[in-house]
Design a protein around this ligand. Structure first.
Ligand code: CA
Ligand code: CA
Length: 89
C-alpha cells in the first residue's frame, strides 16, 4: 500500500493539464463512475482541483466529459469565450 501512495504522490508532482491529457483519463478521475467529475473527485488531484472552477464552464458543480476534454486539450475549434467579464473584485 505504501508503494501505491508513493506512486500517486509522484504522479502528483508532474501532474499538469498536459499530463492530464497524456496520463489520466476521465474515468480515472470519475471515481464513482457517474459520468461527472465532482469537486470532491477533482480534489484528489492537486492539479485539477485549482482548475476545477474554470473547467466547470456551466457551473453545475461537476465536470462532464466535454468540460474535461476542453481542459486537457484546449480546442482549436471552440469559439473563444475569453471576452466574458471576470468578477475579479
Ligand atoms: Ca463522479
Ligand atoms: Ca459542469
Amino acid at each position: 500500500m505504501q508503494k501505491r501512495v508513493l506512486a500517486l504522490a509522484t504522479v502528483g508532482l508532474f501532474f499538469s493539464a498536459a499530463a492530464l491529457a497524456g496520463g489520466v483519463s476521465f474515468s480515472d478521475l470519475d471515481a464513482n463512475g457517474d459520468g461527472t467529475i465532482s469537486k470532491d473527485e477533482a480534489a484528489g488531484s492537486s492539479t485539477l482541483a485549482p482548475l476545477f472552477t474554470d473547467a466547470d464552464r456551466n457551473a453545475d458543480g461537476g465536470l462532464d466529459k466535454d468540460e474535461f476534454a476542453a481542459l486537457v486539450q484546449p480546442s482549436e475549434e471552440a469559439a473563444p469565450e475569453e471576452a466574458a467579464p471576470a468578477p475579479a473584485e
